[in-house]
Design a protein around this ligand. Structure first.
Ligand code: S3P
Length: 433
């Protein structure tokens, strides 16, 4: 039986040293947030280097259906904001595609609209938990119907919202964002307390657009009835996309990569701190602040990585990088272990199971826990057939594994990379050249 779906597989051959200067598409998380905020701001926003990821296009498609005027111009997206009251009921359902961020964060805005909306997603998104946003939004006054088990589609009956103080049970930047966006429409101050710090792009974007937002310890607060104003924004390169090349550069002997204009917001750079601590040669060559976000250039050189245990407290800061870090773990001196990452089971695929299964196919020793993995170090990987589960980060993590494996690694599909990094294989070719 062939593993290939619509002939979309790809073979990865082992790589010689990687030497190149690389750039990455605009950050996916930041792009979503500015599109959503620009739609409810007053006046025009220009979002430069808006991510070309399919997920970010899903956000734009949903906003267009809600009556927002959007003009793409090369890598820039122009959005005509209609203010807090500017959205119109969509004539059809809103399709978030594969994008959990689109569905969860947009739900925060839809909860405050004087109309009903229906949000749907693809097969993967239709199995991802939504109660985590439905519960706080219902407490604010919206009515949200889900499929049994708290799964999409979501039917949202918007309402006049009241502010809440919400203690999040899971550390999730998407949930935090949904509540803060809803809070913009409420009368009074909405507060969200996170169990552990998660990415703070929403807080930064809110401030850039003129909302009254503040943080005290683990609590973020936003004042309601906000007047946001359209802005000209530059989106940094996506560190979660650069991460595949950070790991490739460290693992492939003789490599020396320069990664330019990468977002270096400290709530996202857990991977860099971890790797430096484990002996990886990662240097920050330059930094600047751009629209409230730190951005800079990195130099990555092939290194011996000691390995060890990833502290639980770091997990939210490197959650999306764990699949490729697990690949790196097999090449460390002492191996790599992490716990506290049960959230990986409810991403675009069950990423703990997918990483364990595919590493085993490549001949690696892997121990799988309910909330983590343990990889022995100094393992020889061999080429194998990889089942990506249609998950972009699994496909890219195993393309990177293939660089250091013996023989050919065959990914059963690679169409999924368009979800976050459509030019991944072009950038990989450039790095190998
Ligand atoms: C994201 C938050 C994280 C992350 C996702 C993007 C965001 O999800 O995994 O890729 O942009 O806020 P959770 O909020 O579910 O942890």
């Amino acid at each position: 039986m062939s593993l290939f779906r619509d002939g979309g597989g790809k073979s990865i051959r082992p790589s010689g040293r990687l030497r190149a200067t690389l750039r990455f598409p605009g950050d996916k998380s930041i792009s979503h947030r500015y599109a959503l905020l620009a739609a409810i701001a007053e006046g025009k926003s220009e979002i430069h280097f808006y991510s070309d990821a399919a997920d970010c296009q899903s956000t734009l498609n949903c906003l267009e259906r809600l009556g927002v005027e959007i003009h793409p111009q090369g890598g820039t997206v122009i959005i005509e904001g209609g203010g807090l009251g500017g959205l119109k009921a969509a004539k059809t359902e809103l399709d978030a595609g594969n994008s959990g961020s689109t569905m969860r964060m947009l739900a925060g805005i839809l909860a405050a609209q004087p109309f009903r909306s229906r949000l749907v997603g693809d097969a993967s998104l239709s199995h991802r938990p939504m109660r985590r946003i439905a519960e706080p939004l219902a407490r604010m006054g919206a009515r949200i119907h889900m499929r049994e088990g708290g799964l999409p589609p979501l039917e949202i009956e918007g309402a006049k919202l009241r502010p809440i103080q919400y203690e999040m049970p899971v550390p999730s930047a998407q949930v935090k964002t949904a509540v803060l966006l809803a809070g913009l429409f409420a009368d009074g101050v909405t507060e969200v307390t996170e169990p552990a710090p998660t990415r703070n792009h929403t807080e930064i974007a809110l401030e850039q657009m003129g909302a009254a937002v503040g943080r005290h310890g683990r609590t973020v607060r936003v004042e309601g009835r906000a007047r946001l104003s359209g802005q000209k924004i530059y989106v940094p390169g996506d560190i979660s996309s650069a991460a595949f090349f950070v790991v490739a550069g460290l693992m492939v002997p003789g490599s020396d990569l320069t990664l330019e204009n990468v977002g270096l917001n400290p709530s996202r750079t857990g991977i860099l701190r971890l790797i430096s601590r484990m002996g990886g040669r990662v240097r920050v060559l330059r930094t600047e602040m751009l629209n409230g976000e730190l951005i800079g250039d990195l130099r990555i050189e092939a290194s011996e990585i000691r390995g060890g245990e990833i502290p639980k407290a770091m997990i939210p800061e490197l959650i999306d990088e764990l699949p490729v870090l697990a690949v790196l773990g097999t090449q460390t001196e002492a191996g790599l272990t992490f716990h506290g990452a049960e959230e990986l089971r409810v991403k675009e695929s069950d990423r703990l199971a997918a990483v364990a299964e595919n590493l085993r196919r490549m001949g690696a020793q892997v121990e799988e826990f309910p909330d983590g993995l343990s990889l022995s170090g100094r393992q020889k990987l061999h080429g194998a057939e990889i089942e990506t589960s249609g998950d972009h980060r699994i496909a890219m993590a195993f393309a990177v594994a293939g660089l250091v494996a013996e023989g050919m690694t065959v990914l059963n599909e690679v169409a999924s990379v368009k979800i976050s990094f459509p030019t991944f294989f072009e950038v990989l070719e450039k790095a190998r050249a």
